[in-house]
Design a protein around this ligand. Structure first.
Ligand code: NAI
Length: 464
């Protein structure tokens, strides 16, 4: 039998208590996993002077799979987030959060079974933000074709691997026509490669309503980062909240599993933490490794324990962490009762197919420039035309300034759009910028492209 070595980071706060619970359950269930302990978090900072030592990263690099307890991140200062450091080091591009009803945990529904796959690196989480004026902060919402394709492909592969019926893309492409439009375009293209799996898409606002009204409509969901963050909490709420919400971060050849909740400093050291979410994260890890029979065995013991009324305080029971763990161990079913089969994977990690780089950009032609600038009043002296580039509009908060609208509330960040009917040369762009830049307190310059077929690759300026 294959034995896997997995990096175990117990973390801090309640981390060591819930990690011990998993270690004991895995030992009792004779799961073919050998732990390699590594350190991260507050205790690690005190001991080694860093919240995430290089030896921990090396361990994950070596084993490719890690189970991580929560780690405390100080707010507004202090050391950097361990989670962000790990996510960046291993490019963990997909955050997989299953939400499955647990009998014995009282919620509005008892039949939820959704797997949410959230893009984990891009979107506003790329963290590209700027102050444009003292009154305007800007956050770039970055959506890329390779980034979107990787997470979408992962969602379809996961659906196929787990025998799921449907993948739903959640987006806001009616408003964010280019960025969410790209995410949806990637989804539709990749869906064609999986004819055995149904696919559909839904706007994120409607998705939230449908999740509350008809959650059975969803099976596997795939979303850009920020929507995924919000909607996954909604899904966690549907099945009982933080105490039961597991998760896994999947990257190029690496996977790190952890509960959604944090280090719960308010109850740390009291021995009363609920290990359910962490146990479920470990179960998710077993599925990732192909150890489906071990996963099913532990999950059914956990479910049986909760149904039998043994629960920690956060779920309305009075068991402490140790009592709960012992009960799960005593409820492990015999192996003969488990239907799932172990299918150990020889490469226990996921590497997405490298996406061919799109060559579409070769046919893009520059037809204009958006120049953003800081001004207290709308400028009245901008040239109507520089070379073949014509002043198309001056806008504020995305809306064109029209002479008749004198009572609009204007912020102090404007945009001047210059457009040409035909593609322009670099010399013409330079001439425009040389003319405008000395006149304006400019903050951002944005090139405007059009394809050879005449499609504009920028959003129009709204006149409403
Ligand atoms: P939290 O999830 O740690 O706690 C929120 C509330 O839920 C608390 O009242 C806590 O007692 C309760 N709770 C959470 N997990 C529980 C469990 N397993 N059993 C029983 N009760 C539980 O969130 P909070 O307080 O916002 O964050 C505390 C620290 O955790 C912060 O430093 C934060 O940065 C860090 N954090 C770390 C994460 C990670 O390492 N993956 C994720 C989220 C937060």
């Amino acid at each position: 039998m294959n034995t896997y070595t997995v990096t175990l980071i117990r973390g801090d706060g309640i981390g060591p208590e819930i990690a011990e619970s998993v270690v004991e359950i895995f030992a009792a269930a004779e799961v073919p996993i050998q732990w390699e302990e590594a350190y991260a978090g507050l205790a690690c900072l005190e001991k080694f002077g860093t919240p995430i030592p290089e030896t921990t990263l090396e361990s994950i690099r070596r084993n490719r799979v890690a189970l991580k307890g929560p780690t405390t991140t100080p707010i507004g200062g202090g050391h950097r987030s361990v989670n962000v450091a790990i996510r960046k080091a291993f490019e963990l591009f997909a955050n997989v959060r299953p939400a499955r009803s647990i009998p014995g945990v009282q919620t509005r529904y008892n039949d939820i079974d959704i797997i949410l796959v959230r893009e984990n690196i891009e979107d506003t989480y790329a963290g590209v933000e700027y102050w444009q004026t003292p009154d305007v902060a800007e956050s770039l919402r970055l959506i890329s074709r390779p980034g979107s394709s990787a997470v979408i492909r992962y969602a379809f592969d996961l659906a196929r691997r787990l025998g799921r019926r449907k993948v739903t893309c959640v987006h806001k492409a009616n408003i964010q026509k280019l960025s969410d439009g790209l995410f949806l375009e990637c989804f539709r293209a990749i869906a064609q490669e999986y004819p055995d799996i149904e696919s559909d898409d839904i706007l994120v606002d409607n998705a939230c309503m449908q999740l509350v009204l008809r959650p059975e409509r969803f099976d596997v969901m795939v979303l850009p980062n920020m929507f995924g963050d919000i909607v996954s909490d909604l899904c966690a709420g549907l099945v009982g909240g933080l105490g039961v919400a597991p998760g896994g971060n999947i990257g190029n050849g690496y996977a790190v599993f952890e509960a959604v909740h944090g280090s719960a400093p308010d109850i740390a050291g009291k021995g009363i933490a609920n290990p359910t979410a962490f146990i479920l994260s470990a179960v998710q890890m077993l599925h990732h490794l192909g150890l489906h029979a071990d996963a099913e065995r532990i999950e059914s013991a956990l479910r049986y324990t909760l149904v039998s009324g043994i629960k920690t305080r956060d779920l309305g029971g009075n068991a402490n962490t140790r009592e709960f763990t012992k009960a799960v161990i005593s409820n492990l079913p015999p192996r003969s009762q488990v239907r799932a089969q172990n299918e150990p994977v020889t490469t226990p990690y996921y590497t997405p197919m490298p996406e061919p780089r799109s060559t579409a950009g070769e046919s893009w032609q520059t037809v204009g420039v958006d120049l953003f600038f800081h001004a207290l009043q709308p400028p009245t002296d901008l040239p109507e035309r520089v070379g073949s580039l014509q002043l198309h509009a001056i806008s504020n908060r995305g809306i064109a300034l029209l002479p008749e609208q004198t009572n609009r509330y204007l912020i102090n960040w404007y945009r001047a759009r210059y457009l040409a009917a035909q593609p322009v040369s670099e010399a013409e762009v330079a001439e425009l910028l040389n003319t405008l830049m000395p006149r304006l307190h400019w903050t951002t310059v944005q090139r405007l492209y059009r394809t050879r077929d005449g499609a504009d690759l920028f959003s129009p300026i709204s006149t409403d």
